[in-house]
Design a protein around this ligand. Structure first.
Ligand SMILES: [Zn+2]
Length: 261
């Protein structure tokens, strides 16, 4: 089953891309997707060194010399891959939006719905990016800021859905929302205003610990106690796992009615 990108996916990709691009000058930057054909990114980025590869939540940034940053968000469909030059690609070449070649490797973004070249100033001030909450995977994650953001959200919003608000905490998606609520024994339907600070911090602590592992080791490290297991027995208490869409975006959550309160 394909895994939808969440913060751990993006940090995992950033690590692999950093290993082949950081401090290097790419030999080519290609944008085969028709939407970007006239953007001349190859020319604009030609001869410039890659200074850094960063992730924040589900966003990935390739920072080049000369105040230029490539910003990507994969939404549900996109993926990043690192190939050796000449290696067979797992997706069709037609689906590549960006191909960066350097020292025997190719970094490829497939099916990426958000891909843009920004000045560094714009990357810092763009409202979509400036309003992101603390990155759940940041080493210096600010739990107090997370709590303040959470309390600024609608207190009637179910806690499961509130964890998906990227302005509150960046990087948690549908899988980590469901698994964190299960691990902490918190019913994702409980109104956020009824969730104590210690409980909210426990949810994020689980996500941080296990997402770090998955960002390092890949998808195999992701827990799957309840996510996409509707109707199956809960691994803790045996009750049937339930699933239903939540709040305004109707994102499906999975939970155990027997042991999540
Ligand atoms: Zn249970």
């Amino acid at each position: 089953m394909r895994s939808v990108p969440e913060g751990d996916t993006i940090h995992y990709a950033a690590r692999r891309i950093r290993a082949v691009l950081a401090e290097r000058v790419p030999q080519h930057v290609l944008t085969p997707q028709p939407r970007h054909r006239s953007d001349r990114w190859g020319e604009r980025l030609g001869g410039r060194r890659v200074l850094a590869v960063d992730a924040h939540g589900k966003h990935l940034f390739l920072r080049f010399e000369g105040d230029l940053t490539l910003h990507s968000h994969l939404r549900m469909t996109g993926s990043w891959r690192v190939y050796r030059a000449g290696e067979r690609w797992k997706r069709s070449r037609r689906r590549a939006w960006l191909v960066i070649g350097a020292d025997g490797f190719e970094v490829v973004q497939f099916d990426g719905p958000v891909l843009e070249l920004l000045s560094d100033a714009r990357a810092r001030t763009d409202p979509r990016l400036a309003r992101l909450g603390p990155d759940v995977l940041a080493e210096d994650f600010d739990g107090e800021l997370f709590l303040r953001n959470l309390r600024a959200d609608d207190p009637r919003r179910p806690i499961g859905d509130a964890l998906l608000n990227q302005r509150t905490v960046a990087g948690i998606g549908n899988l980590w929302k469901a698994e964190s609520c299960f691990a902490a024994g918190v019913d994702p339907w409980r109104a956020t205003g009824e969730v104590r600070d210690e409980e909210a911090l426990a949810l994020v602590a689980f996500a941080r610990e296990r997402m770090s592992q998955s960002a390092h080791d890949g998808f195999e490290a992701r827990p799957r106690a309840v996510y996409r297991r509707g109707g199956e027995p809960c691994p803790r208490c045996g009750s049937a796992i339930r699933q239903r869409g939540q709040w305004e975006d109707n994102r499906v959550t999975f939970w155990c009615p027997g042991c999540q309160r």
